[in-house]
Design a protein around this ligand. Structure first.
Ligand SMILES: NC(=O)c1ccc[n+]([C@@H]2O[C@H](COP(=O)([O-])OP(=O)(O)OC[C@H]3O[C@@H](n4cnc5c(N)ncnc54)[C@H](O)[C@@H]3O)[C@@H](O)[C@H]2O)c1
Ligand SMILES: O=CCCC(=O)O
Length: 506
């Protein structure tokens, strides 16, 4: 294993940053910035142009995981003894440093993920909001209770303690925000973290680890291991490690099930923020402009690659044609291109597989009777040059048998289905194995109340296309997983509650 004692700042990509030392291509274990024991590396490719290699990153293995966990465990002994106020102060510093470096963090996100600079900056602010929120929560979230015992001789109290070493497994779609949504509450609770970013997007996490150090955290509070091709080995090593007490995954339902199986032998506490298939229900009485704005936000944020992306857009028959026309006029204005170009509204998708999935979903829907209302005919083959782009597309005539109705498309394809009655819309919306987000557009409070109660998801937006905020509990039901992130509930996911009974008689 080599350690050059630097951040591995070897690429001309670093010169894009105001502070090039934030461009790190080494894993983080305690005070060290290292290559992997495997000696192997993988490339991070710019999704806006597949020929551009942004960085070469260590391909980790089990030994790296074991080193990272040992370091986390040794730091946990000391860090878990800090006061909640000290942890709150540290998180506040980390929030300030994150916001102070917004330009560089946004640049790294654009380069690794492809999203537009405006979206990347919004993501950094969203990421920082979890740090600030959990800086505020740190002291409140550690409070215990005094319980009125049935036996007058007894006093019962509870205390909350950090659960231990936590593994944070991150997706590539909001690489920094999903990192802080886990690391923020874990550090607030007094845990230490082994973080594994998605192989496509390790750079913002590695830069963030540098900010953790600068904020004054002890070495080993946040360790980072990276992998692309060796993820199965690394994931297994994390899940089966007896000193990792909790795994928090944001990712697909497929990987969530695997992690749950692999974590069973050590019975870890788990948080599973998994895939969705969000329905949008637009009722006849909806305010059409508001519905269009909300649907486009929910559909096209990060080019359609969010877990709460509008996947099935259900429009009541009385407003259907007008809605479609207005949607087409608006979607036409979305310019697709390089994330750094300020006129770009839609960046590329993350990989060629993501483009292929859009293409396959559109082809399958057209074969099963959907109509192409706006967008290109599905290309027969994907070009091997350029970025991973799929153009914004509107399909009408969505039906239950289409892939697009049962799987997340994770791309800028809007699939529309006409319905007649509220009951019918509810039935279609709930016809899914997953239940993360849902959206309803109506001006009738009674409809909104019935839909809010009846839709089987963890989050519902009424007349809004944005469900996410650090103060709102984020999480799904059914096969979208379990556990809540953010909000006053997010910190408890990283704690144990101990009850203490004292005999006070004589
Ligand atoms: N519910 C949420 O909050 C939320 C948020 C963002 C994304 N998502 C979901 O994530 C998915 C897209 O993200 P993705 O493609 O990165 O998902 P993914 O499941 O492929 O990967 C998620 C993470 O798991 C890792 N991983 C993959 N195989 C693994 C294994 N065998 N062991 C351990 N880790 C493994 C990946 O490297 C990545 O870090 C979508 O389904 C989306 O809906 C959910
Ligand atoms: O992709 C899922 C997360 C989306 C969000 O937190 O807004």
């Amino acid at each position: 294993m080599s350690s050059n004692g630097t951040n591995g700042n070897t690429s001309s990509e670093a010169s894009r940053l105001k502070d090039p030392s934030l461009f790190s291509t080494k894993i983080v274990i305690g005070s060290q910035r290292l290559d992997s024991h495997s000696g192997k590396t993988f490339d991070v490719v710019y999704p806006g142009d597949r020929k551009v290699i942004v960085a070469t990153i260590p391909e980790c293995n089990t030994q790296d995981v074991n080193d990272a966990v040992s370091s986390c465990l040794s730091t946990f002994k000391e860090f878990s003894q800090t006061t909640a106020r000290q942890r709150s102060d540290l998180l506040r510093k980390l929030n300030d440093l994150t916001l102070a470096n917004i330009d560089d963090l946004a640049t790294l996100i654009v380069r690794e993920n492809g999203k537009t600079r405006a979206e990347a900056e919004a993501e950094v602010k969203y990421a920082a909001s979890f740090l600030s929120w959990f800086a505020n929560m740190a002291e409140v979230g550690c409070q215990g209770e005094t319980i009125a015992a049935a036996n007058p001789s007894m006093r019962i109290q509870t205390i909350r303690q950090p659960i231990g070493v936590v593994a944070c497994l991150l997706p590539w779609n909001l690489p920094l925000a999903m990192a802080t949504r886990k690391i923020g509450p874990a550090l607030a609770a007094g845990c230490t973290c082994i973080v594994k970013p998605a192989g496509e997007t390790p750079l913002s996490t590695l830069a963030f680890a540098e900010l953790v150090k600068r904020a004054g955290y002890p070495d080993g509070c946040v360790n980072v291991v990276t992998t692309l091709d060796n993820v199965a080995e690394v994931g297994k090593a994390i899940c089966e490690h007896k000193h990792v007490r909790k795994v928090s995954l944001t990712g697909s339902t497929r990987v969530g099930k695997l992690i749950a199986q692999q974590s069973a032998s050590t019975l870890k506490k788990l948080s599973m923020e998994l895939g969705g298939n969000s329905p949008v229900i637009v009722m006849n009485d909806a305010t059409i402009d508001k519905a269009i704005t909300g649907v486009l936000l929910a559909k096209l944020r990060t080019s359609g690659q969010t877990c709460v992306a509008a996947n099935r857009i259900l429009v009541q028959s009385g407003i259907h044609d007008k809605f479609l026309e207005a949607l087409k006029e608006k979607i036409k204005t979305y310019k697709q291109g390089d994330g750094e170009d300020s006129s770009t509204m839609l960046g590329p998708l993350i990989t060629d597989r993501a483009v292929e999935k859009c293409r396959a979903h559109v082809a399958d829907a057209l074969e099963k009777g959907a109509e192409l209302y706006y967008g290109p005919q599905p290309p027969s083959s994907f070009p091997d040059e350029g970025g991973f782009f799929y153009p914004p597309t509107i399909l009408t005539g969505l039906s239950d048998d289409m892939q697009i109705a049962t799987e997340e498309t994770f791309g800028p394809v809007a699939a529309i289905r006409k319905f007649e009655t509220e009951e019918e819309a509810l039935e279609i919306a709930n016809n899914s194995d997953v239940g993360l987000g849902a959206y309803v557009y109506t001006n009738d409070l009674r409809v909104a109340a019935r839909m809010s109660a009846g839709i089987e998801t963890g989050m519902i937006g009424i007349n809004t296309g944005m469900l996410s905020a650090c103060e709102a509990p984020f999480g799904g039901v059914k096969e979208s997983g379990y556990g809540k992130e953010g909000s006053i509930h997010g910190m408890a996911e990283y704690q144990i509650m101990k009850s203490i009974t004292t005999d006070v008689s004589g």
